[in-house]
Design a protein around this ligand. Structure first.
Ligand code: AMP
Length: 120
């Protein structure tokens, strides 16, 4: 698989500080911020700082340090948010996954019952 990262995507612009965001957590390798159109009381996006397009790209090509930093950010967001009753982590990928922004991100959704994962 060839991954051609487009650095004009909106999350790349957020990482460069060209577009504002509501940051909830940041470390050397990852940024977490509020989704602009929340679909649940908790809706945070966690993104790596490196140029990865998707979950499979990040899983294949990111360094162990980048991957550890990303998941440490996921853990911190979960700890900081009110998610004791549970949550859902979603990484939509390419066309079938209906991915709109081609920079890898994990949605952390919670704060209410979310229903089944997919509609029949
Ligand atoms: P996806 O379909 O998984 O690529 O989802 C992209 C998500 O990014 C959507 O939930 C959007 O609401 C969210 N989004 C788009 N632009 C921004 C922005 N400037 N700040 C925060 N979230 C955004």
């Amino acid at each position: 698989m060839e991954y051609a990262y487009d650095d004009q995507n909106i999350f790349a612009k957020i990482l460069r500080g060209e577009i504002p965001n509501k940051t909830v957590y940041e470390n050397d390798h990852a940024l977490a911020f509020e989704d602009i159109a929340p679909q649940a009381p908790v809706h945070v996006l966690v993104i790596p700082k490196g140029p990865y397009m998707s979950l499979d790209h990040f899983a294949r090509d990111a360094s162990p340090e980048e991957q550890a930093g990303f998941f440490q950010a996921v853990a911190s967001v979960c700890e900081m948010s009110d998610l004791a009753e549970g949550f859902r982590g979603i990484s939509n990928t390419r066309a079938h996954g209906v991915q709109e922004v081609p920079h890898y991100h994990m949605h952390i959704l919670g704060g209410r019952p979310l229903g089944r994962m997919l509609q029949p």
